[in-house]
Design a protein around this ligand. Structure first.
Ligand code: MTE
Length: 434
């Protein structure tokens, strides 16, 4: 896209911390900060010195729980701070709400099912798969109705993809506001989906030559509807029924959801019940009043489908401060809706010096990619940023570069470079440099 801002290599000439300069932002930073405190991992202590080496600890001296204690496994009780959390003031009701993935507490590239952020417009529908159907109609030769069982007997495929809400980082357009990695970047998850290519389903119905768009509708109370170009539907979309090997979670669209690789999360219709083929978009309320981008000059961008390259350092971050001097691991995530992530740069000094991060684990198309920098911390103040490069050559822009093109009256598609200030105490804050 012509107006897509790219990063430049300029180091900041002038430093300015925009710490919640907006009146509303001050309250917001406080709210985010308080919640962030609760999410910080407790400092490791056994509570009982008798359990420490060289003594034989107490748990070695008794039998543990039997195998039938947890028919469905749960995380250790010492991990109970690792949960999805929400920002109370962000949404009006629980049913039309969002919570966030605790990115700072995770590693690798796969998001555990129970920690995938949720975004519902009318609550999570509870559907018995025996009563669920997928209807295909409109400009097709043969309208069809599939049961979930029918879909599970069709050729299936496995794909790892990120889903990012277009509003991820949306509260940060005017300055740093939420003092939390979970809240600034946690509207994203990365899952291995198992499902049927949408092309296989559409080919069975036979799309008429005039069919250029489709409408996908959910069976939840919001009956969420979005228009999707048929070319994208045929290229790589899935009707998924499994995530990370098990059935979709209720809140992620059980029994079936649409997977739209690399495109904004609201297109990934959950509890998918209907696909209508048409010759033009439907201009539903999700693509007119919402999910459009208001530009600086008052015009709006519509159908901004692709999620551009972005990255964030998850450790250290406000919920994961530096606790120890000396050997430390900086860790983060990068992703792009246009391809893979071949390279991530990291700076520890606010952009004066950049180094290439070590990418580790699978580098997959339109998936989260994990990066690390192994470093020695002497207790000095750090200004940490990461910058993603994607396989198309696109480079993640600074927030100021983005604002220069898009203005600040925006919620969606904020992929600007994030800055964390690490103080000498190790505490880490959301700030901006410009
Ligand atoms: N599908 C239905 N039927 N209803 C919804 O409210 N929310 C959309 C999308 N699909 C939504 C939906 C939005 S805005 C996003 S960002 C993603 O689902 C969130 O997916 P998740 O809850 O699995 O994280």
């Amino acid at each position: 896209m012509a107006d897509e801002p790219q990063s430049t290599d300029r180091a900041p000439s002038r430093r300015r911390f925009l710490k919640s300069t907006l009146a509303g932002g001050i309250a917001a930073a406080t709210a985010g900060g308080a919640a962030a405190q609760q999410a910080v991992a407790p400092v490791a202590t056994s509570g009982n010195p008798k359990n420490l080496p060289p003594r034989v600890p107490s748990w070695t001296q008794v039998l543990g729980d039997g195998v039938a204690t947890h028919p469905y496994g749960k995380p250790s009780k010492f991990e109970k701070h690792v949960v999805r959390r929400d920002v109370e003031w962000l949404t009006a009701s629980r049913e039309s709400s969002v919570n966030f993935t605790p990115l700072h507490a995770l590693d690798g590239i796969i998001t555990p099912n129970g920690l995938c952020f949720e975004r519902h417009h009318g609550g999570a529908a509870e559907i018995n798969p025996a009563d669920h159907r997928l209807i295909i109609h409109g400009l097709v030769d043969k309208p069809l109705i599939f049961t979930v069982g029918d879909l599970m007997r069709m050729p299936r495929t496995n794909r790892v993809h990120f889903l990012e809400c277009a509003a991820n980082s949306g509260m940060e357009w005017r300055g740093s506001q939420l003092n939390s990695c979970q809240f600034t970047h946690g509207m994203i998850h990365n899952v291995m989906y198992t499902g049927v290519p949408l092309k296989v389903i559409l080919d069975e119905a036979g799309v008429k030559p005039a069919g250029k768009w489709l409408l996908a509708e959910g069976a939840d109370s919001s009956a969420m509807t979005r228009s999707l170009p048929i070319a994208k539907a045929m290229a790589d979309c899935l009707v998924a029924f499994k995530m990370n090997g098990e059935a979709l979670r209720t809140e992620q669209g059980y029994p079936i959801r649409l997977v739209v690789p690399g495109w904004e999360g609201n297109l990934w219709v959950k509890w998918l019940r209907r696909i209508e083929v048409g010759d033009k978009p439907w201009y539903t309320h999700e693509e007119t009043s919402k999910y459009t981008t208001l530009m600086g000059d008052g015009r709006a961008r519509q159908f901004t489908f692709v999620m551009d390259a972005k990255s964030v350092v998850t450790n250290p971050s406000p919920e994961a401060p530096l606790l120890t001097k000396g050997r430390n691991v900086l860790s983060g995530l990068a992703w792009s809706g246009r391809g893979t992530i071949p390279r991530v740069d990291v700076t520890l000094d606010g952009g004066r010096n950049w180094r290439e991060a070590r990418i580790d684990g699978p580098v997959l198309d339109r998936s989260l990619t994990r990066f690390y920098v192994d470093f020695d911390w002497k207790g000095e103040e750090l200004m940490i940023q990461s910058r993603a490069h994607d396989s198309t050559g696109y480079v993640q822009p600074t927030k100021d570069e983005l604002r220069a093109v898009r203005g600040v009256n925006n919620i969606y598609h904020n992929n600007g470079i994030q800055t964390w200030l690490v103080r000498a105490t190790g505490e880490t804050e959301n700030v901006e440099i410009s």
